[in-house]
Design a protein around this ligand. Structure first.
Ligand SMILES: [Zn+2]
Ligand SMILES: [Zn+2]
Length: 348
């Protein structure tokens, strides 16, 4: 039964969701915890969540769980009770999305080798021996200091539309590259106060444990990432040092934190921070594109892709046969440097 559900066409599910006006809550959580039998856990979660009307994407591995889901708002408490009942998720923090919206169209719970692809070998270090967690006010105090190194642990296509003031935003497109680059970059500053952040905290959990293992003594991480920081900043009324949009991995693509638009259209360079996928299914590259370039290129990334979708349906079909979409991300190719935020002070 679950199989059939998963196999329904994305467009059908999208259309169904568009008609569904029931209020849903988008949330994410993760936990590094040793799971004996990830497949069994996967099956239990799928069965329970399907009953609760949960949608979204969850990875289960022997190292833990990483979930990005939405739940009918009136079943939020039931979901919480279910998670509590599992026993292996004590003191779990649920990161509730800043901006709600149609985030997911189907339920996927998948067994993976890792909950975040990091390219690191498991037995090298202890993930639970991670950096010091910072709450929003502690984060502000520490990053206000000149001798603190603030690093965005996300990919370039994420930091491009929004990041913390004064953060170093490495020009990388995978977490694996990010860790290697950061370790390299910080060799000269081993004793500095290092502060890392990511979307919800999961990547910093691992990266900070890795850096500690490599002999960096003062590693800190933003607790719950940008999502939890924004919630805390709002609640306590402290200054929000994040500028622009928080990129998220669901249909919404981003949550707006401030009205600053810090990115540019990849085609014409005009100020824009709207991510879209190229309309050529063979390409599907994720890019930032302004309205007028989108109109001119028929929502594709290039003249070549525009030409492709102009071909007769049969010809397109023949060319697509057996081929996989190129995918990936288009970035401006900015090099590693302190990012330029409207009000940032730059750092070396
Ligand atoms: Zn443009
Ligand atoms: Zn394209």
């Amino acid at each position: 039964m679950e199989r059939r559900h998963n196999k329904e066409d994305h467009r059908v599910l999208r259309a169904r969701m568009a008609e569904d006006n029931a209020s849903r809550t988008t949330l994410s959580f993760y936990k590094y915890v040793h799971l004996e039998n990830p497949t069994l856990t996967r099956n239990e979660l799928y069965a329970a969540w399907e009953q609760l009307g949960v949608l979204g994407r969850t990875y289960v591995a022997s190292e833990g769980i990483n979930a990005q889901i939405s739940v009918p708002t009136d079943r939020f408490d039931a979901l919480k009770a279910h998670l509590d009942s599992l026993g292996w998720l004590p003191n779990l923090r649920l990161n509730v999305a800043v901006e709600q919206g149609k985030s997911f169209f189907k339920l996927i719970v998948r067994v993976k080798e890792k909950i975040v692809a990091d390219g690191l070998s498991d037995d090298m270090f202890d993930v639970t021996d991670c950096g010091e967690h910072l709450k929003a006010d502690q984060f502000n105090a520490l990053t206000d200091r000149e001798d603190t190194v603030l690093i965005d642990m996300r990919n370039a296509y994420e930091s491009e539309v929004g990041h913390f003031e004064g953060a170093i935003c490495p020009d990388v497109n995978t977490f694996r590259e990010e860790i290697a680059l950061v370790e390299d970059m910080l060799q000269e500053k081993k004793d500095a106060n290092i502060v890392m952040y990511c979307t919800g905290g999961i990547r910093c959990e691992k990266a900070s444990a890795y850096l500690k293992h490599k002999g960096f003594p003062n590693v800190h991480q933003l607790e719950g990432g940008i999502i939890e920081y924004t919630r805390q900043a709002k609640e306590s009324g402290i200054r929000n040092k994040f500028v622009g949009k928080n990129f998220v991995f669901d249909e919404r693509l981003a949550e707006r934190i401030t009205n600053d638009v810090i990115a540019q259209c990849h085609t014409c360079g005009t100020s824009c921070d709207e991510h879209v996928n190229c309309a050529n299914p063979m390409c599907n590259v994720l890019m930032i594109q302004c309205q007028s370039c989108g109109d001119a290129l028929k929502q594709t990334c290039s003249e070549a892709c525009k030409a492709f979708i102009g071909l007769p349906e049969e010809e397109q079909k023949a060319k697509r046969k057996g081929a996989k979409a190129r995918g990936g991300f288009m970035t401006t190719g900015k090099s590693l440097r302190p990012s330029a935020a409207p009000t940032s002070r730059t750092r070396q």
